[in-house]
Design a protein around this ligand. Structure first.
Ligand code: ATP
Ligand code: MG
Length: 317
């Protein structure tokens, strides 16, 4: 069974189309990253899949259930960390696990779960005294109480320091290694790249790109380009004295030259040398997931991966 199947899903809040005709599926054992700027519709989508919100249209199957109609059966099989997870102040992670297990009428060994989320050291500290990362780990611990096969993690690492984030990554990797299926939303693209097998990038309720991060970069990213740090005159000089396309990023003070052939780099550097300007820090680079993300959510890329000019950008959304 495919754990998550979504087709033509729609959800409006008044006149706002928060989720506007999206389709995707998540395969068993996969970590699926849901990315997109604030307000893109990620949490709305996740909450519909969890059975917490009613959809306006489309079909959704989660572990074979319609989440809105069969929420009770579904909730026994999924684990959830909501965005901005919070809990009762004067309860410790260990007590919280026991409390949850009682609620679900399940027998668990709280210490096993605390160990799984690397929270043994703070097992007996009240929730309100835990650090941000420890609070998020408590959320993860609670989502594991029912031994779910499917987990929904909505921004599990937001606001955490780099070490705390990595600690959560370890937990997520461990869960994946055990065969769990995971939907993860995050604003950290490095995190999405590290953890996800596939990602979908959402914007204004649409999915604007989907696939492995390598596939998305290959489809929407630019090819190799040469970057040289230098003044605008350098860009002008290279442009006037070669056949090359030359762009200038004023903010970063970077001359950027798309390389149709590798030898183009030589022509550009020869021109730079003759320009008598102050230049340096040469590097070649390709678009990262960050570069592609920014292009996609600002409407600068069309559906075929083409770069749109200003007049066409409205049509892309
Ligand atoms: N209950 C609600 N009533 C009205 N509008 C809502 C409601 N919940 C969400 N929205 C709106 O729907 C849109 C999508 O919100 P959603 O929370 O799904 O975005 P998101 O992608 O999770 O954003 P973020 O990255 O900030 O968490 C936003 O414009 C939001 O203001
Ligand atoms: Mg959200």
């Amino acid at each position: 069974m495919i754990p998550i199947e979504v087709s033509s899903l729609r959800k409006c809040y008044g006149s706002l189309k928060a989720v506007d005709d999206i389709s995707f599926q998540v395969n068993k054992g996969e970590v699926f990253g849901l990315l997109g700027p604030n307000g893109a519709g990620k949490t709305t989508t996740i909450e519909i899949l969890e059975g917490l919100r009613q959809r306006d249209g489309g079909n959704v199957k989660v572990l074979g259930f319609d989440p809105w109609k069969n929420g009770y059966e579904l909730h026994k099989k999924i684990g959830v960390i909501p965005q901005d997870f919070n809990f009762i102040e004067k309860i410790t992670p260990r007590e919280a696990i026991i409390y949850y297990a009682d609620l679900f009428n399940i027998k668990v060994n709280p210490d096993d779960i605390l160990k799984e989320v690397l929270l043994e050291e703070s097992a007996k500290v009240n929730f309100d005294s835990l650090s941000g990362g420890q609070k998020q780990k408590t959320g993860l611990a609670l989502s594991l109480v029912s031994s779910p096969e499917l987990l929904f993690l909505d921004e599990p690492t937001t606001g955490l320091d780099p070490n705390a984030r990595r600690a959560i990554w370890e937990v997520i990797r461990g869960l994946k290694a055990k065969g769990n299926t995971i939907i993860l939303t995050t604003h950290y693209l490095d995190e999405a790249q590290q953890l996800s097998d596939r990602v979908a990038i959402m914007d204004h309720g649409h999915i604007v790109a989907m696939g492995t991060t390598d596939e998305i970069i290959a489809q929407y990213g630019s090819g190799e380009r040469l970057e040289i740090r230098g003044p605008e005159q350098l860009a002008q000089y290279i442009k006037s004295n070669t056949e090359l396309q030359v762009d200038y990023d004023k903010l970063r003070g970077i001359v950027s030259i798309p390389l149709k052939k590798q030898i183009d780099a030589l022509a550009a550097l020869a021109a730079a040398e003759q320009s008598k300007t102050d230049w340096g820090d040469i590097q070649t680079r390709r678009d990262s997931l960050d570069d592609v993300f920014v292009k996609l959510v600002s409407g600068k890329v069309g559906e075929q991966g083409e770069i749109l000019d200003e007049t066409k950008q409205g049509e892309a959304t």
